[in-house]
Design a protein around this ligand. Structure first.
Ligand code: SAJ
Length: 413
């Protein structure tokens, strides 16, 4: 029975998870090092953007089921959802946030507690987390010492929700649960069953870690294939969108969409965890990463060539978010491309981004202007489609015919 659950890290995964668990009538203590985030949540408001999250958080806080704090307190279970970025040229995973979380919860751990790592992690991170807990609490036993009989149960259950659909996917997605022992898995399933309608599938912690990395690498490799086709098609004067549509008519072919590069905080990061741990064996995964990372610069070069045709180029960049129909600009190739164009001073740069009301400083300070689609189509001579937002898909395509168009998303093509 779980009457009190603590969620460590109240970001894009931790906050929705905390709110959903609270909505099931369980007391939830959300812990974050960011005092501003804690204060915002305790007012029933949110500091991140995700559809309907504001409603669920407000109701959880108002009913007293969700409380945020900077200091961990005792609970039946602890879910750790902190960032795991990479550092340095070798893309080494940075586990410092997990280590800090372990040190923060160790003093309040009690016999019978469950600790679940949800952060996307390199293989072996859950065992490391358990090691840090054991170091801090020699009075308790952990699965690496006592297996099923340990005082504290430890597991990995990677988050798999798609930004923009987090609240639905938190409940409906299947969960992979990797306990450090059988009893660790069983206790975790019991916890997840309180709010997950999908299946909870049990494995060990290392396989669960690798499963998450594999999912995002699968996606990255397949997007890289599409991006590589877009470079080849440009050279061979073939419309890549038509090419993919035709190839996908084969019953066993399903090519993804090329784009300006891979953005977001997951797909462009997670494959490096595999490459870093097995560089010799991960040649395809590393090559895919490099193809996707190289795409923004290729787009910049295409735009420069197009702008060269005009005396006074006016370039409209359609979209700066990292993918369609969201306002998230973090790790966005579209934003990078636009910033690069502005920096290189190749002409007047306009941005159309229906999901934001102010440009980020980086663009505003470089003289970039945020305009409506109508205005952009009036004055631009080069139009660069960087995001397939619904507004661009719905636009009258005849107006594009008069422009030089670089369409990285197949919206006009
Ligand atoms: N993209 C393409 N072509 C495509 C599909 C995507 O260029 O055909 C680009 C998008 O424009 C975007 C990037 O890839 O820049 C990533 O977008 P996404 O929608 O594919 O994925 P994310 O990063 O928003 O979320 C992913 C999801 N993983 C998978 O679909 C395997 C999500 O389920 C994970 O929970 C999330 O990563 C995560 O947190 O790891």
């Amino acid at each position: 029975m779980f009457s009190k659950v603590s969620v460590i890290g109240l970001g894009y995964i931790g906050l929705p998870t905390a709110a959903v668990i609270a909505s099931r009538g369980i007391d939830v203590i959300g812990v974050d090092v960011n005092q501003h985030a804690v204060d915002t949540i305790n007012k029933g408001e949110i500091h991140i953007v995700e559809p309907d999250l504001d409603i669920v958080v407000r109701s959880a806080v108002m009913t007293g089921k969700l409380k945020a704090t900077v200091t961990p307190e005792s609970a039946d279970a602890f879910l750790v959802a902190v960032p795991t970025p990479f550092k340095g040229d070798n893309h080494e995973p940075d586990l410092s946030y997990i280590e800090a979380a372990a040190k923060a919860i160790a003093p309040v751990l009690e016999k019978g507690n469950l600790v679940v790592l949800e952060s996307t992690s390199p293989v072996g991170a859950t065992e490391k987390l358990s090691g840090w807990l054991a170091e801090a609490r020699p009075d308790l036993t952990f699965p690496q010492q006592k297996g099923d009989g340990a005082d504290i149960k430890v597991a990995h259950c990677p988050e798999r929700v798609l930004p923009g659909y987090v609240l639905q996917e938190l409940v409906s997605n299947d969960r992979v649960i990797g306990g450090m022992s059988k009893s660790c898995s069983e206790k975790s399933v019991e916890l997840y069953k309180t709010f997950v309608k999908g299946e909870c599938i049990v494995t060990n912690s290392r396989t669960a870690e690798m499963a998450k990395l594999t999912e995002n690498s699968f996606r990255d490799v397949n997007i890289a294939f599409a991006n590589e086709l877009s470079l080849i098609s440009e050279k061979l004067k073939i419309n890549v969108w038509e090419l993919i549509k035709l190839s996908n008519r084969h019953p066993r072919v399903n090519i993804l969409n090329p784009g300006p590069g891979v953005g977001g905080h997951c797909i462009a990061v997670d494959p490096w965890f595999i490459v870093n741990s097995c560089p010799e064996e991960s040649k395809l995964i590393a090559a895919a990463r490099n193809v996707n990372d190289g795409k923004p610069q290729w787009v910049v070069e295409q735009v420069k060539q197009a702008a060269d045709q005009f005396k006074k180029p006016v370039i409209a960049c359609l979209g700066v978010a990292f993918k369609a129909d969201i306002d998230d600009l973090r790790e966005s190739p579209a934003l990078d491309i636009t910033a690069n164009l502005a920096q290189d001073d190749i002409g007047q740069i306009l941005v159309v981004e229906p999901n934001i009301s102010d440009l980020p400083n980086q663009l505003a300070e470089a003289g970039v202007e945020l305009v409506t689609l109508e205005r952009a189509m009036e004055i631009a001579n080069v139009v660069v489609v960087l995001v397939d937002h619904k507004e661009f898909k719905a636009a009258d395509k005849t107006s594009f015919a008069k422009k030089v168009v670089i369409d990285t998303r197949g919206v006009v093509a």
